[in-house]
Design a protein around this ligand. Structure first.
Ligand code: NAD
Length: 299
């Protein structure tokens, strides 16, 4: 198989991940439905393919970073999809956050064509995507995981094999359920404190040195004006869309139902982000839950 790396889905995360692979010396063949996204990578030296099948035809490893279950399934199995152009012996890595049933089905098809598939979702957000310090949670064959480390380590610094196919997604969905809950919690605590007359910066510093400390308060605070270089500093543009965390909380609800696991906090957080999507915040960063709690309005 070719030593080229294919990359499909060059959005808020994929754009940085693909650039990091190029910086590490990999030759990239890319595709995205957005022309603006592919042009940015072409400028950096990537080859732009016609469609996912064309990416697969030119690459021995293919990484996908796409929004959701349906789009991922379609990009692999649809017309002009990855499976139409696949070279045998290729390794397919899906880093999107999707239901574990998606990689389970795609692995079967990949294997039937003499290729391999791993679920490789990531954590760390756009900040870690940009710096190449993502955590990869990987499901699938351990030997293939070892073979894929050269590519994965070009985008992340912690690579964890979580078990069989779909187990990376299981870990990711648990993490993101907690993230959705903690971001909403930080937003409501900060809003209450500020309304009580506390200084936002001081309250943030107190929380970050106290038991309420978490990634949402310390690295990605949702209150505008307290931190530079986070979505709350730029009207919640870019980052991790509310529509995507709502999708992840929906995935968590499905898995909780399947396993009979109570998730009262996850269920409440799920409804909060779903309401935010209806209020016009679907393609704003999810930390805009602060604005939603503050005044219930769109930005
Ligand atoms: P995004 O919406 O910014 O990017 C998705 C990209 O996919 C876009 O460029 C879009 O044009 C492209 N796309 C859509 N349909 C396509 C198709 N049929 N063929 C080719 N390209 C297509 O989303 P993102 O924030 O980069 O997230 C991608 C995935 O990673 C999601 O599953 C998300 O849940 C997950 N994720 C996001 C973050 C984050 O912080 N943003 C962190 C971890 C995981």
């Amino acid at each position: 198989a070719s030593t080229n790396v294919g990359f499909i889905g060059l959005g808020n995360m994929g754009g940085f991940m693909a650039k990091n692979l190029m910086n590490k010396g990999h030759k990239l063949v890319v595709y995205d439905v957005s022309k603006a996204a592919t042009e940015a990578l072409a400028k950096a030296g990537a080859t732009v393919a016609k469609n996912p099948a064309d990416v697969a035809a030119q690459s021995g490893t293919v990484v996908t970073m796409l929004p959701n279950n349906d789009i991922v399934t379609n990009v692999y199995t649809g017309k002009d999809g990855v499976f139409e152009g696949l070279q045998s012996g290729s390794i397919l890595l899906d880093s999107s956050t999707v239901d574990p049933s998606v990689p389970t089905a795609l692995e079967k098809i990949a294997n039937s064509k003499g290729s391999f598939f791993l679920d490789t979702p990531v954590s760390g957000g756009v900040i870690a995507a940009q710096s190449g310090e993502l955590t990869f949670m990987v499901g699938g064959d351990k030997q293939i995981f070892e073979k894929a480390q050269g590519v994965l380590s070009g985008m992340g610094k912690k690579l964890v094999h979580c078990g069989g196919i779909g187990m990376g997604q299981a870990a990711k969905i648990c993490n993101n359920m907690l993230l959705g809950i903690s971001m909403a919690g930080v937003a409501e605590a900060m809003n209450l404190g500020i309304r009580l007359g506390l200084d936002g910066k001081q309250l943030m510093d107190i929380i970050n040195n106290s038991t309420g400390r978490c990634w949402s308060s310390e690295i990605y605070n949702p209150v505008p004006g307290l931190m530079p270089n986070v979505p709350s500093a730029r009207d919640y543009e870019g980052g991790f869309y509310s529509g995507l965390i709502a999708k992840d909380l929906g995935l968590a609800q499905g898995l909780a139902t399947r396993t009979g696991s109570p998730i009262p906090m996850g269920a409440l957080a799920s409804q909060i982000y779903r309401l935010m999507c209806k209020a016009g915040l679907e393609v704003r960063d999810f930390s805009s839950v602060y604005k939603f709690i503050q005044d219930g309005q769109k930005i």
